[in-house]
Design a binder for this molecule. Structure first.
Ligand SMILES: [Zn+2]
Ligand SMILES: [Zn+2]
Length: 365
């Protein structure tokens, strides 16, 4: 794999032979106890099937424009692919460095994740989705830990420390980053509407963001996993046990969720999505109307708002997948696209309108 930091490769003019991708073992041991990790991986079948290899369309106009993506795009080409209804078509095959948003924890990059102590400052706590009996929902790990104690999970010890050892019962989970990974996506070049929208299930792949970071459905539950609660940072992302960072939110409009009446996490502005890779240079915040990536069906994803030349506006006439069609800055000829939900957690689309490759992405080294 050739890494070309900061350099975008141009589209190839003719079909090329695809070099084999070495698939990473799924026997991830990142959380100590092995089997029930927070792994979001599903690579039960081969990503690259090269179906229709003889009829790859290198001229069709699609929605992937490498100039809209940043930093760690390492390879882009076109291959034959089969969509989930059996349609054989041409797909982009796009490879990114897995940790394109930065693999160090701290202000401006990723984190915070697990607070050390139950009395830690709230700004030092990541988020979790708690599904137990006491106060379930999207909340700070600090609050989830108290709720878990109420439900009989022993996550806070007698010294007020929050357990983060995944091998030792109830725990806040935060996984280390691996910097030697690459993610490869297959996305249809010409999107095709499906007869019925397809729901996005828990941890299902949705697509990818501007740095190739995967978008995933809701994180797995805590109760079924004996009180092990995965932590998400203030932009709604975290690392998988296999080391790749991914988002369970569309981070461009995460601060609308955090500032909503329901959650009200931004009272003192200490809990805010401020990842330096996605913030606007002027406001130092993500732009909630900005282009946010590509869904696996080939349709673009935007933050929760639309923008005109002068103002940000509420999207209108959204369908059940939070999508609609109009011209945008990136697609001036009009394009069907998804919006993040404005104030719900998670805020990413809950279904997709188009056909997609069933195993649309793969981890490799
Ligand atoms: Zn996850
Ligand atoms: Zn729109």
């Amino acid at each position: 794999m050739v890494y070309t930091n900061g350099t975008l490769l141009t589209k190839r003019a003719s079909p090329i032979k695809i070099s084999p991708i070495i698939f990473v073992s799924l026997l991830v041991t990142g959380c100590g106890s092995g089997s029930s990790s927070i792994s979001d991986i599903d690579n039960s079948s081969n990503l690259i099937d090269n179906s229709g290899e003889d009829s790859i369309d290198n001229d069709a106009e699609g929605n992937f424009d490498s100039s809209l993506f940043s930093l760690d795009l390492t390879e882009e080409t076109r291959v034959g692919c089969t969509l989930n209804d059996g349609t054989v078509t041409t797909c982009y095959q796009i490879t990114f460095n897995a940790n394109g948003v930065g693999n160090t924890e701290g202000a401006g990059t990723v984190g915070p994740f697990c607070p050390d102590r139950a009395d830690a400052p709230r700004s030092q706590s990541g988020f979790g989705f708690y599904d137990g009996a006491t106060n379930p929902g999207f909340q700070l790990i600090l609050d989830a830990a108290q709720n878990m104690e109420s439900d009989g999970y022993n996550i806070i010890d007698e010294n007020n420390n929050i357990n983060s050892d995944g091998a030792a019962g109830a725990a806040c989970l935060s996984m280390p980053f691996a910097d030697n990974l690459a993610l490869t996506y297959l996305v249809p070049v010409v999107p095709q509407k499906a007869s019925e929208p397809e729901d996005i299930g828990e941890i299902d792949s949705i697509g990818f963001g501007l740095h190739g970071v995967p978008y995933k459905g809701t994180p797995p539950g805590v109760v079924d996993r004996d009180g092990r609660i995965p932590s998400l940072d203030h932009c709604g992302g975290h690392s998988d046990p296999s080391g790749y960072y991914h988002w369970h939110f569309i981070p461009q409009s995460m601060n609308l969720v955090l500032g909503s009446e329901e959650y009200n996490f931004r009272e003192d502005d200490s809990i805010t999505c401020s990842n330096s890779y996605i913030v606007d240079a002027n406001s130092n915040e993500p732009d909630p109307s900005s282009f946010a990536g590509l869904a696996k069906d080939g349709y673009p994803i935007y933050g929760a708002l639309d923008s005109s030349e002068t103002e940000e506006t509420e999207p209108v006439d959204l369908d059940q997948c939070n999508g609609h069609e109009h011209a945008t800055d990136e697609f001036p000829d009009s394009v069907y696209h998804y919006h993040a939900f404005r104030e719900t957690a998670p805020n990413n689309p809950t279904c997709l309108s188009g056909k997609f490759v069933t195993n649309d992405w793969e981890l490799s080294r």
